[in-house]
Design a protein around this ligand. Structure first.
Ligand SMILES: *Cc1c(COP(=O)(O)O)cnc(C)c1O
Length: 389
């Protein structure tokens, strides 16, 4: 499926387009299709991954989005879900049974952590957590014959730690999964490094307008087919309307990333010089411990940064109250600049010991850099920082 003839920015404009002549994605809302009779219904029942049957199995609008993601990720196939968590939970439950083992990154999205610590533990799926910054830890934790899945997230949410994709991709035996949400398909391509599956919450940068909840995975056709067989029973099916918005988002992804990542770089450098900011975490900074790895494996260094404020939670509370343009809200990748205090919002459910290990302190704030003029975002931060000590 990979079209290596064009630059990815160009592929993003054409990917997933059908041959109907329509340039914009068409919305097919029908949940079912009539058939010619009993024989035809029987044929459809045996070939359920074809589009003209029933929408939980396949839908043309959702398929157009899946084709686009597969093309951008350089994979044979992709599969969309009702959300990023729908993708993560379906992958785990499709591939793991009681008694199986998973190696997973500790410093990751709190929903993934909660799923691995909650439902997986309850079902008797054993999870070993490792620090993704040293990718060799994943390989060392694999138990041959027992480990079904290795789950990584790079850049990680919210501290922007990186995982070396080449080291991860070299792991043989278990299926390797990279939650690549923060990077987006234009920021990095895990499959090019040998990773089995790239996973995205397309709710974030891909859809990009805070108007669609959707997830997607991309990988080899056989593996995607196996996961599809489970996913039609799991039922975390992507909505055609959200798939349409997500595919519309793909069209402008490169332009948005170019602008937002440029602003993120400027703001990360500027924040590093502010006296009541004690640390800035952004892969584009020379001070980031994995800056060289970022330049090696990423095409865009991201629109998310996090920083630590002197004065802990009290100062963070004042800062969030003083900001006028940047809105306190979870999620990232949309047009609006958003800020969140990870310890009390996205990572509220994480136990104190894990929070300490992954560096989610009371001083940590995550900033999603939006499409506003960078100077306005910077002024808003400057004014609020001055009021927060
Ligand atoms: C938001 C997010 C998810 C979950 O996605 P939803 O669409 O909210 O279900 C998973 N991983 C990462 C890194 C995320 O930021």
């Amino acid at each position: 499926m990979a079209n290596k003839k064009y630059d990815p920015a160009t592929t993003a404009i054409t990917a997933g387009r059908d041959d109907s002549g329509a340039l914009a994605p068409s919305l097919t809302s029908s949940t079912t299709w009539s058939s010619a009779g009993l024989e035809e219904s029987h044929r459809q029942a045996k070939a359920i991954h074809e589009t003209k049957n029933y929408s939980r199995y396949a839908n043309p609008t959702v398929e157009a989005f899946e084709h686009a993601i597969a093309e951008l990720e350089h994979t044979q196939a992709a599969l969309a879900f009702a959300s990023g968590m729908g993708a993560m939970s379906s992958v785990v439950l499709a591939l793991c049974s009681t008694g199986d083992h998973i190696v997973a990154q500790r410093n990751c999205y709190a929903g993934t952590l909660a799923f691995l610590n909650g439902p997986c533990a309850r079902l008797g799926i054993d999870v070993t957590f490792v620090d993704g910054r040293n990718a060799q830890e994943f390989a060392d934790a694999v138990r041959p014959g027992k480990t079904m899945l290795v789950i990584a997230e790079t850049p990680s949410n919210p501290r922007l730690d990186l995982v070396d994709l080449a080291v991860l991709g070299a792991i043989k035996g278990p299926i390797t999964v990279v939650d690549s949400t923060i990077a987006t398909p234009l920021g990095q391509r895990p499959h090019d490094h040998g990773v089995s599956l790239a996973l995205h919450s397309a709710t974030k940068g891909i859809a990009g307008h805070n108007d669609a909840t959707i997830g997607v995975i991309a990988g080899d056709a056989d593996l995607i087919g196996d996961i599809w067989s489970y996913s039609v029973l799991h039922g975390a099916t992507a909505s055609p309307f959200d798939a349409m918005n997500a595919l519309r988002g793909v069209r402008t992804l490169d332009a948005r990333l170019a602008r937002q990542c440029e602003s993120a770089q400027i703001l990360a450098e500027w924040l590093s010089e502010q006296k009541n900011v004690t640390a800035v975490h952004y892969p584009g900074l020379k001070s980031h411990p994995q800056h060289d790895l970022a330049k090696k494996q990423m095409n865009y260094l991201g629109l998310v940064l996090s920083f630590e404020i002197a004065g802990g939670k009290a100062a963070a509370t004042k800062l969030l109250g003083a900001l006028k343009l940047i809105r306190p809200a979870v999620t990232f990748g949309g047009p609006e600049s958003l800020i969140s205090h990870s310890a009390s919002s996205t990572h509220n459910s994480v136990d104190p010991d894990t929070k300490a290990k992954i560096g989610v302190t009371d001083s940590l704030l995550r900033l999603s850099v939006g499409l506003e003029a960078c100077v306005d975002i910077q002024r808003d931060l400057a004014t609020a920082l001055a009021q927060s000590n």
